[in-house]
Design a protein around this ligand. Sequence first.
Ligand code: HMG
Ligand code: MG
Length: 297
Amino acid sequence: MPPAHSKPASAPNLVTLVEVSPRDGLQNEKALLPTAVKVALVDKLSAAGFTHIEVTSFVSPKAVPQMADAAEVMAGITRRPGVHYSVLTPNERGYAGALAAKADGIVVFGAASETFSQRNINCSIAESLERFRPVVAAARAAGISVRGTVSCALGCPYEGAVPPEAVVRVVREFAAMGVEEFSIADTIGVGTPEGTRALFRAALAEVPATRVNGHFHDTYGRAIANIGACLDLGVRSFDASVAGIGGCPFAPGATGNVATESVLALLGERGFETGIDAEAVRGIGTWLRARLAEAAQ
Ligand code: HMG
Ligand code: MG
């Protein structure tokens, strides 16, 4: 049985890092990376001790060309026992791909902002929730873990400020349909520690910290401080991307995910454990940057 997304509350010094470089990291790269490089990246990450890896997305190849080889990547990786390999699934077609690829977990991704929802997945928030409902039910029935992501939780590239209540509303809907883990995402990195604290406090009034994950982009260099604020509130699961690569093609101006290297340094300073080999992560970062440079030539 793959581990659930988040750690149990009985292990307060353990933090789960979900490595998203193969998915969020690569999706914004214009130059297409060879499938073999993506497979090698995932295998290097599992060898470095990551227990949770977001591998790819079963989305429209027109929307995100870099993810067009999702099935091939999933077929090419070497599964390490105990590692949870998840994929993004925006609809039933995406779920069919995830099921065929034997993903351990799926991610349905909604938003707290109407405009971003339209730009990202071409439907309203309400329509997206209706689309997700059968996907979540099917995944749960098949024993596949389900994460629900709420994008633009701290601000939207099109609408600006987003009130915590808009985020909480989606979290509540996700919980009601059977989503197990709630990933609260600062898509464009505009969050401050104060805003992050207020938002996560509001979310934690609805769902337990053991089921909450923080996903921070680092556009203004505040992701580490925001993760610190979440740690103070008891959140123990965060997304990160080796070398800080990443971004959403539908979130203009935003830069990469918080770098895994920086999150590991923060966690080490604060006495948290992850089981991840930080030295190996630095090596993977150097290797990945070289592969991206090659692809861009
Ligand atoms: P649509 O155009 O409304 O969907 O797109 P459609 O059902 O009308 O289909 C349009 C075309 O896409 C058809 O192909 C379908 O077959 C195909 P055509 O007939 O034109 O050749 N299609 C698919 N192909 C493969 N897999 C599928 C699939 N579904 C339809 N699953 C749709 C709606 C959601 C599909 C589209 O908008 C889409 O794929 N969007 C993906 C957006 C995306 O991946 N964004 C980045 C990930 S989210 C993110 O980065 C944020 C996150 O990191 C957290 C944060 O930072 O905020 C998670
Ligand atoms: Mg993201």
